[in-house]
Design a protein around this ligand. Structure first.
Ligand SMILES: [Zn+2]
Length: 323
């Protein structure tokens, strides 16, 4: 073998070693878009997940994302909506990022009859991926506003759909999922409102996201305790990162949510969500809050979604930066 050949073999071997490197170095970035920079506030639901391949997913825009113009959004490929309640779909939203205070945000901008989620998807040309009977609602809203109804994508329980390299599945959430008549409008909407009934769009959902680095995340949505969290989320999907709603009254409270984490889902890391309280001051958890009770009761690390602070998780669900 001549000298040049040896150099070639070495170069090819080096390239092969680079290509063979495991994807462990590629992390999923999670950025909360809450009511106040650096804090965890009562209305906070929205999280952006960024896959290592660049796909950006907005989960439950709610009211703290200041409309489609919110500069924190950037590119959004996928919008997820766990269920239709106004604090998730976004019946109203912040005037601007950080408007008002943590306790009293200025969510004076109405997003009816579209919703914050739909307005964002329209402006960003995102796919809206939902389960249950929600997809036709979103398809119609997109169409009615000049968008492409095909951008509303269905994924019902037990199946999955791959969008932008991220595999998305839905799992049941034990909650309710009535569509407020304000999104329906017209005579029908008025009659339903007068009768005090909501539109039926099927069951509320949670999500299972499998990112391109292999990380599996469970986003609980609003839910009570449900055996699927053991049998399906843990047993089948083996979720390593969980976003857990802990607010009580409407969902599991901190103690129930801690049971779900410790005994059923058994993830490696948890992000607390939907606490419905002023949970932090200067970025530190306030003693005695639901968030503090949850954090203490959970056996694995619990991370607080401080607005604007990006956390990075590896394929095994371990937080490797920003926590
Ligand atoms: Zn809620």
């Amino acid at each position: 073998m001549g000298r040049n050949s040896v150099i070639w073999v070495a170069a090819v071997a080096g390239l092969a070693a680079v290509l063979a490197q495991p994807v462990w170095a590629a992390n999923v970035k999670v950025t909360p878009l809450g009511g106040q920079d650096g804090e965890f506030c009562p209305q906070d639901r929205a999280l952006i997940f960024e896959d290592p391949n660049g796909t950006r997913i907005l989960y439950d825009a709610g009211r703290t994302v200041a409309g489609a113009e919110d500069p924190r959004l950037g590119k959004i490929d996928i919008v997820l909506v766990s269920h239709m309640h106004g604090d998730h779909l976004g019946n109203a939203h912040n005037k601007a990022p950080n408007s008002g205070s943590c306790e009293k945000p200025d969510v004076s901008v109405s997003a009816l009859p579209n919703s914050n989620s739909v307005n964002i998807a329209l402006a960003k040309k995102s796919k809206i991926v939902t389960g249950s009977e929600m997809p036709p609602f979103f398809a119609n809203k997109l169409k009615a506003n000049g968008g492409d109804p095909k951008n509303s994508i269905v994924v019902r329980f037990g199946g999955s759909v791959k969008v932008g390299g991220v595999t998305i599945a839905t799992v049941p959430a034990l909650h309710s999922n009535g569509l407020d008549p304000d999104y329906i409008g017209g005579d029908l909407g008025a009659a339903m409102k007068a009768a005090g009934i909501a539109g039926d769009v099927g069951l509320a959902t949670g999500y299972i996201l499998t990112f391109s680095n292999g990380l599996v995340a469970y986003l609980s949505g609003d839910t009570g305790m449900i055996a699927d969290q053991d049998k399906v989320v843990h047993g089948y999907y083996k979720a390593k990162l969980t976003v857990m709603n802990i607010g009580d009254t409407f969902t599991t409270g901190p103690k129930e949510a801690a049971y779900v984490i410790n005994e059923m889902v058994k993830p490696v890391s948890v992000i607390a969500s939907h606490a419905n309280e002023v949970a932090t001051k200067d970025g530190k958890v306030i003693p005695g809050t639901k968030t503090a009770i949850f954090k203490k009761a959970v056996k694995v690390p619990v991370y607080i979604p401080l607005s604007g602070k990006t956390m990075e998780f590896d394929s095994g669900g371990k937080c490797v930066a920003g926590c």
